[in-house]
Design a protein around this ligand. Structure first.
Ligand code: ZN
Ligand code: ZN
Length: 304
């Protein structure tokens, strides 16, 4: 983490209605002015003055000076939003600091990874999207969700958006990029011995971001689902994995069609096999869950 300035100083800059209005006005003016392909719009002092309710130009000049360097960038032509300015103003405009509307419980496709029952229900709990099994009363998955994601959709559309976000996140995580902050992720594979998870896949990939401290965990089998070899393999079998939710993969692990095993130690190596009918795709992974090789295999004499 880089901590040149204190977080308190940075947030103190925003404890002022006029400054928040300035950031909002810059975003609104950019939205109205922006020409396609022109890059980030730069607003002249006078344009900002026209959009903000401020007593006089010297007051505006003072506030712009305070915001510049952290929330605004200044060039010869005027002002534009910095990365922090972008993040904070989008956060404010989207209302993502508000409570989301209520959602669920709503029945969803898929089986429970613990008991195999087709009894899954989606709901929101403490601003988290979660899926619970009504048969064995265990939570089968939980994912962060934004209030704007909930407030602009309902029912199926909301569930589709959860699948989309987790697909996009998984793609970045597999390639060691933190979906939250963009930093490099480290990854480890751990064996979960005391787990209620099916024996077919007792390994979990844990990816950590040393910058924003987010941690992402995924069963080893699921960590390769959006690898191009898996996408192509499933596509050939009429399944588009990119539109599936994580909980819709449970049946494959529960039925033992998707498996993982450790094939070497020091350094550790793993094999993941995803089966469909008489075909399978096999992934060879190193100790950081990086796919080093894949191959398609066909069932011969009953085994893969
Ligand atoms: Zn269950
Ligand atoms: Zn991060």
């Amino acid at each position: 983490m880089t901590e040149n300035r204190s977080a308190a100083d940075i947030f103190r800059l925003l404890a002022d209605d006029t400054r928040v209005d300035i950031l909002r006005a810059v975003a609104v003016a950019q939205y109205e002015l922006e020409e396609v392909g022109s890059g980030a719009a730069v607003l002249a002092f006078s344009e900002i003055y026209d959009h903000v309710d401020v007593e006089n130009t010297s007051k505006l000049s003072y506030h712009l000076g305070e915001l510049t360097g952290t929330y605004l960038r200044k060039s010869e032509d005027g002002y534009s939003l910095s990365h922090a300015g972008e993040r904070i103003v989008r956060f404010i405009l989207s209302g993502n600091y508000e409570q989301p509307e209520a959602f669920g419980p709503e029945p969803v496709n898929g089986v429970c990874v613990f008991c195999g029952e087709n009894a899954l229900e989606a709901s929101l709990s403490h601003q988290f999207f979660r899926i619970d099994c009504t048969a064995c009363e265990q939570q089968v998955t939980g994912q962060p969700i934004t209030p704007a994601q909930v407030n602009t959709r309902d029912g199926d559309a909301l569930i589709r958006s959860v699948k989309l976000r987790s697909t996009e996140d998984a793609r970045q995580i597999r390639q060691r990029m933190c979906p939250e902050c963009g930093a490099h992720l480290s990854a480890d594979v751990i064996h979960v011995s005391e787990s209620a998870l099916p024996d077919a896949d007792p390994f979990v990939v844990t990816s950590s971001c040393e910058e924003c401290l987010r941690e992402y965990n995924s069963p080893l089998t699921y960590s390769v689902v959006y690898h191009p070899a898996s996408i192509a393999f499933h596509w050939n079998h009429g399944v588009d994995v990119t539109t599936r939710g994580i909980w819709e993969f449970h049946e494959y692990v529960y039925d033992g069609l998707w498996t993982s095993e450790r094939t070497a130690t020091d350094p550790d190596e793993y094999e993941v096999v995803l089966r469909h009918g008489d075909d399978a795709v096999r992934f060879y992974l190193d100790s950081t869950a990086t796919v080093v090789r894949t191959e398609r295999v066909r069932r011969e004499s009953g085994v893969f």
